[in-house]
Design a protein around this ligand. Sequence first.
Ligand SMILES: Cc1ncc(COP(=O)(O)O)c(C=O)c1O
Length: 438
Amino acid sequence: MKSAELARRRHAAVAPAAYSVHPFYPERAEGSYVWDADGKRYLDWSVGIAVMNVGHSHPKVLDAVHRSSSAFQHLCFAVGMHESYIEVAEALARIAPGPSPKKTFLVNSGAEAVENAVKIARVATGRQGIVAFTHAFHGRTHMALSLTGKAHPYKAGFAPRAAEIYRAAYPYVYRNPFGLTDEDAVADAYLAQLKDLVKTTIGESEVAAFLLEPVAGEGGFIPVPERYLRGLRAYADQIGALWIDDEVQAGMGRTGHWWAVDAFGLEPDLVCTAKALSSGFPLSAVVGKADVMDTVKPGMLGSTFGGNPTGCAAALATIGVIEDEGLLERARTIGVVATERLRDLQRRVPGLGDVRGPGAMIGLEFVRDDAKTPDPQTVESIVAHAREDGLILLPTGTYGNVIRLLPPIRMSDAELEEGLTKLEAAIVAATEGTLAVA
Ligand SMILES: Cc1ncc(COP(=O)(O)O)c(C=O)c1O
């Protein structure tokens, strides 16, 4: 078996810190499917962790990449200004949330986008404090890991962390400590806590920005209640701070809108995007209100590969595919169909504590008991059963007890049906003995 040989070579040559969830060796991918080195086919509901939203090997993306790379591979925007960088900035200004004029700065990865958003916020406000949240993931570079909430495996061992970062409680409705069930009441309670934290431990005039994922990705696919986001927007305005919206995982159509905050008609000051922006070709962006972006002087930001022409070509094609093929609407439909099926299953599986998330960004949280004790073992077992059956899933969550569904948003009805059937079978197989009588 080729996979066994690759496993041997990998263990000999690759740093063990570069961890893979699945012991599989993908060799080829097309549309919603991936084939491994031994020829086994899998339906891919991980899409490279929320990257291949438009499916693998979309012909329009590949064509754009081929045309761009045969014209030139690299010049560096800091040397000369290629048109595709400008075109991506124009496209992002068009689709960015809110009516204010926008400007864009391009880099390579999600972490870099977040780092640069923080730099921009500090220059624009002349302040230093960044309020990040529990359950947050913003990447693994030094500033990004300092902003990330989870100790293991992201932060522990890498101290000292960056300064002037404060941690507020992420509004986690399912696990809120207030004993509340009404979403608006939960949002109000978390907002009151946030304001108290800012007033008593940071000082309102010291806050440069609030940095928040609208749906916590690595934290467990936890959507922020609308009322909390509205409250955060108003509070940031009141104290002269900015709101940085990290849409690296939730953006680019995943939730059924270009950006998760679009569902509520809200306008952040800075938006970070990466992952699905360029369908697997490294590119990320900070898109900000023009008056904020204009505060940073020429040369203060930069990157050799940032805004590389191949990534830009892929991003322009990806945006075109999402628009031309109506994929925002498709993501909403996928969300409705999948959520209905999974809520039905939830009635029969006591350990399936919560089914949540907007559009095609669905989290399934597994618990052991009424006290909501996290159950990562069941999640591990579901992921293994599904893989055996040819469905690639990803676990997530601060406690490792959430399955995150990241299907391609270009999936057909038949592929959706196939995935849901395999997912249900894996959940049933992993929770056998705990099933409630229907
Ligand atoms: C919300 C969020 N921000 C930032 C990042 C970091 O992105 P990258 O891995 O491209 O640095 C991620 C990656 O998962 C993410 O989900």
